[in-house]
Ligand binder design. Structure first.
Ligand SMILES: O=C(O)CCC(=O)C(=O)O
Ligand SMILES: [Fe+2]
Length: 265
């Protein structure tokens, strides 16, 4: 396989980004080489080399270290703070607060922090093969010690009723790592060497990428308006940190274009 990756400017989705790499199960080596090719575009040459870890190949779960530079992570955190709008995080399409999610959230738009957000969207687009116009605004989340996001899937079947449909894929980035704890835990992704599932340790600038739904673009009979089922294997939790702040941001990708003004769910 040889995915085509264009050097189009980030915001204009170029059809060359489209590839059907994720339409069938892949080996870890295939996933690694796909992601390496996507991120080897000359426009990323000034950045630190990404290093790719495949934590599960089916369903795919990967971590890309150096996805964003430390400076870009700080810029996103500063932008979030400057809005003065951080509020208790919510869950679900009704945006309700819940005891299961105790962090604070703010949504930021691309014009508020252009370079990091464009770069982030562009890389996610090239890896997933989905256009940047299918992405929600960036959700920035701060956890103080003891705060957490209990077990959940990022897609919920009720999202099918929304115009924007569901959250096909997630790119979660650690903007600041706590001193201790705060791992992201995927308990269903067990293997001989990982009986308790996969535990991802937060590291500043690292991205965690995964698909949330059983149906993926390019799969047989896939269409943008089909019913999307949450993949129960992708259950995960943000565990509480015991010391230090943890900051993350989420970029979620939908099967349809949001049109002008990408909003958060
Ligand atoms: O904070 C984490 O480690 C996970 C966050 C998460 O799963 C989410 O925001 O949907
Ligand atoms: Fe999540």
């Amino acid at each position: 396989f040889q995915p085509t990756v264009s050097s189009a400017p980030p915001q204009s989705f170029n059809k060359d980004y489209i590839h059907d790499f994720w339409s069938k199960p892949r080996t870890g080596l295939e996933v690694e080489s796909h992601v390496r090719i996507c991120l080897s575009d000359p426009k990323y040459s000034s950045e630190d080399r990404p290093s790719i870890q495949i934590l599960s190949n089916e369903p795919p779960l990967l971590v890309v270290h150096n996805f964003l530079s430390p400076q870009m992570c700080d810029d996103i955190i500063q932008t979030a703070l400057q809005t003065g709008n951080m509020r208790r995080s919510t869950v679900g399409s009704q945006q309700e607060t819940a005891e299961t999610r105790t962090s604070s959230t703010v949504w930021i738009q691309e014009h508020e922090c252009p370079d990091p957000l464009r770069l982030l969207a562009d890389k996610v687009s090239s890896i997933t093969g989905l256009p940047t116009s299918h992405m929600e605004n960036l959700q920035v989340v701060r956890y103080d010690p003891g705060q957490e996001f209990q077990m959940h899937t990022d897609h919920q079947d009720s999202f099918n009723d929304l115009k924007c449909r569901g959250r096909l894929a997630t790119c979660l980035i650690y903007l600041a790592a706590p001193v201790a704890g705060g791992e992201t835990w995927f308990p269903e992704l067990t293997s001989a060497s990982n009986e308790k599932g996969v535990l991802v340790t937060p590291r500043r600038g690292s991205a965690v990428l995964f698909w949330n739904t059983v149906e993926k673009p390019g799969c047989p009979n896939y269409s943008a308006d089909m019913f999307l089922h949450a993949d129960p294997r992708m259950l995960h939790a943000g565990l509480p940190a015991s010391e230090g702040e943890k900051w993350v941001c989420n970029r979620w990708i939908h099967p349809v274009d949001f049109g002008a003004g990408v909003r958060g769910l």
